[in-house]
Unconditional design. Structure first.
Length: 707
């Protein structure tokens, strides 16, 4: 594999709502660039970037696929390496998109030519804003029945503003979609039917001439607007010279002032060649940003600046990990600065270990090929690193830096999973560990009280995919039980109590007394322990025993078996005995003190509240808002999105467990939504009582009382 320099690299994330054709359009580009002998199709599982067996079976992208097109843009002989990140677009897999977007230097946002902007379209736009990425729009599937260029453009303008400017116009639409007019060069490109992706260039057809002229002027004006010199030329001559228009557009895109709008249809392979040329000519190379900001310490600390250049010390950021049952762990990274040579040894700054990069590779989906080195800005993979995980920074030991990983919200739904046999149970935790390593949005805990295995993710299908992987990759069979809401417990008041443990059995006795105060902490603080013992009322080595006793009891819960959080325990006094006191005596004293404290500190139940955004055709918006109220939700706003409405609300998770199917039936499948954890809030009293009673009954039924 050839080595590319940063200026000849483009890192483009293909983004958009699920089903807008990202994987198909990626396949079309790869086919044109000669990376595949045939045009890959989602429907027969033959695309490069949906290669995982779950993706092929479900016909959707679940994780980000990496591939590259080596492409010499029109009029040039030197090839550009276009690294393509084909991301998932369904809301439940969107955290993967967010995490992997950190490797991109530009986003191509696909918008369905029929549906226009959708809920995930806005989500990925927001991610691009968060990461400060230049972006372009692609009105895609122009060949679909009811495709409407004007309507889709209108919906883009309405949501993303007038910076979204057409750089292409369609020639025909729906089944007559044949090609496009390039509004920069003012030429027409008609694609030959049959999926080969070949076009013929010609003058703009007479019936489109007027429209193209208007659109061209609009583009020129937008480009000129941001630059005094260009504005002057535009006023003088009424237009811009071709080279200056191109340079102006390039700069306006890099400056995030213009978001060019393109068109294509990946399935019949129309427009992909223009797209590749556009990416090479107008989207920025990874070097364009000049420098990147990191931190001096893992969690933050002072900022460290690094130039994006080969001459700088090596640093790489890990944006994805894949757990391949055969090849082992595969690490996806971007070279942020310096040059990574094959067989180099790098320092993992986060874990303070050395890692050997024995086989540095680039990838077409699942197929790797060796490369001698990767330069600043390029993307690659390496197998068999020992400890590195997603979010880590590695590099030249002498020049440490930490790049900030993506912020992934807490899971939205949690299921109990039950191993089918004893053998399954034995293998479960190791297999799950691997799956969690590649999916940052999954969480796995063993419930301290019920001993159940809980697997939490972004939605039912997300957890189902994890369960399917367990079975297929690791032969671990588990049953998925009903979804569970991760309630929490907390206190609303203070308490000052004593925990006294005294037991005399034969020889040695047990003795330990502790006095603690408890008080509530703000939401999200967890548990805090303060040692306020003076004068050795409890010897120093047994203070941690008290803490452990409190911590373990808090994890088991008080009201209904959910972890007690957001409180502080202050240990301020106690008693001990020279012979009878021990670690265990003080643990038990801590447990007893915790129980006593909960009795008076006004314990209460907390429930997770979710941020929900729903996109529905206008006529359903009333129903959707009414339905939100019946779910104890608070609607915080409704905005118009062309013929759609965007409704924002905060709703308790407990009321959203079946929303995916409910929304489908309320809107005949035309609504979509995203949901993200927001915060914990108190459960209303009547409901809290039900949950507590239910937990009591379950405990009574499941485990007969001990002693
Ligand atoms: N009519 C039409 N269908 C398309 C086009 N591109 C993709 N599709 C179909 O749309 C569905 C979703 O495509 P896919 O590439 O998986 O979308 P993604 O979820 O955005 O990656 C598949 O059934 C494709 O065959 C297109 O340009 N025109
Ligand atoms: Mg896809």
């Amino acid at each position: 594999m050839k080595v590319y320099s940063g200026e000849n690299i483009r890192n483009v994330a293909i983004l958009g709502h699920g089903g807008t054709g990202k994987t198909s359009l990626t396949a079309a580009m790869l086919y044109l660039a000669g990376a595949t002998p045939r045009l890959g199709r989602v429907d027969d599982g033959s695309t490069v970037t949906d290669w995982d067996e779950e993706e092929i079976a479900r016909k959707i992208s679940i994780s980000t696929g990496l591939a590259y097109a080596e492409w010499a843009p029109r009029g040039r002989t030197e090839k550009i390496k276009v690294n393509l990140l084909d991301t998932p677009g369904y809301n439940i897999f969107i955290n993967e998109t967010k995490a992997t977007l950190l490797a991109a230097d530009a986003g191509l946002i696909l918008v369905d030519a029929v549906a226009g902007s959708e809920v995930v379209t806005e989500k990925v736009w927001d991610y691009c804003t968060e990461y400060d990425l230049p972006r372009a729009f692609m009105i895609h599937k122009m060949d679909r029945e009811l495709a409407g260029f004007e309507r889709a453009t209108e919906s883009i303008h309405q949501v993303y503003g007038r910076g979204a400017v057409a750089v292409q116009l369609p020639i025909g639409q729906e089944k007559n979609f044949k090609g496009l007019v390039n509004l920069i060069a003012m030429k027409a490109y008609t694609y030959v039917a049959g999926g080969e992706g070949k076009y013929t260039e010609s003058e703009i057809p007479a019936e489109l001439a007027e429209k193209a002229k208007d659109a061209h002027e609009k583009l020129v004006e937008m480009v000129a607007e941001g630059d005094d010199k260009l504005m002057e030329e535009f006023f003088d001559k009424g237009t811009l010279e071709a080279a200056r228009l191109q340079e102006g557009l390039r700069q306006a895109i890099a400056a995030k002032r213009i978001f060019p709008v393109l068109i294509a249809a990946g399935l019949p392979n129309i427009g992909a060649e223009n797209l590749l040329n556009f990416i090479c000519d107008f989207l920025p190379s990874p070097l364009a940003r000049g420098k990147i900001i990191g931190a001096a310490e893992p969690g933050g600390g002072e900022t460290v600046e690094r130039k994006i250049a080969d001459s700088e010390p090596l640093s790489i950021y890990v944006f994805k990990t894949l757990a391949d049952p055969f090849a082992g762990r595969i690490t996806y990274f971007k070279v942020m600065s310096g040059v990574l040579k094959n067989d180099a040894t790098l320092q993992n700054f986060n874990r303070n270990t050395a890692e050997r990069f024995q086989h540095v590779e680039v990838r077409q989906g699942k197929t790797p090929s060796a490369v001698a080195e990767l330069r600043a800005g390029d993307i690659g993979t390496v197998a068999k690193l020992k400890e590195t995980t997603t979010g880590d920074t590695l590099g030249d030991k002498a020049a440490p830096i930490f790049y900030k990983p993506a912020r992934i919200p807490e899971p939205s739904i949690s299921f109990a999973i039950e191993p089918k046999t004893r053998a399954d149970e034995d293998r479960l935790s190791q297999a799950l560990h691997r799956i969690l390593e590649e999916d940052l949005a999954l969480r796995y805990v063993r419930d301290a009280q019920t001993k159940e295995f809980l697997l939490a993710g972004s939605g039912q299908q997300h957890v189902e995919v994890a369960v399917a992987k367990l079975k297929k990759r690791y032969n671990v069979d588990v049953a998925l039980k009903a979804p569970k809401v991760p309630y929490r417990e907390t206190i609303r008041g203070k308490a000052d109590v004593e925990g006294r443990h005294k037991k005399q059995t034969g020889g040695h006795g047990q003795f330990g007394v502790c006095r603690i105060k408890v008080e509530p902490l703000p939401r999200g603080s967890g548990f805090e322990f303060v040692n306020d013992i003076f004068g050795g009322a409890i010897p120093r080595n047994w203070v941690p025993s008290v803490e452990r006793g409190i911590r373990e009891s808090a994890a088991r819960g008080y009201l209904a078996g959910y972890p007690v959080v957001d409180f502080r325990a202050i240990l301020y006094d106690g008693k001990y005995h020279d012979v009878d006191s021990s670690d265990i005596s003080f643990q038990i004293a801590g447990q007893l003190a915790f129980k006593a404290a909960m009795e008076t500190a006004k314990p209460a139940l907390l429930e997770p509240i979710m941020n929900v955004e729903v996109y529905v055709p206008e006529q359903y918006s009333g129903d959707i808002m009414g339905d939100m109220s019946s779910r104890r939700g608070r609607v915080s706003g409704m905005e118009s999105r062309g013929t759609n409405s965007l409704i924002k609300a905060q709703v308790p998770m407990a009321e959203m467990l079946t929303y995916a199917t409910d929304l489908t039936s309320m809107t005949q499948g035309r609504g979509s939504y995203t949901m993200e954890f927001s915060h914990y809030d108190f459960v209303p009293p009547e409901l809290a009582q039900k949950i507590i009673d239910h937990a009591k009954a379950a405990r009574a039924g499941a485990a007969p009382a001990e002693e």
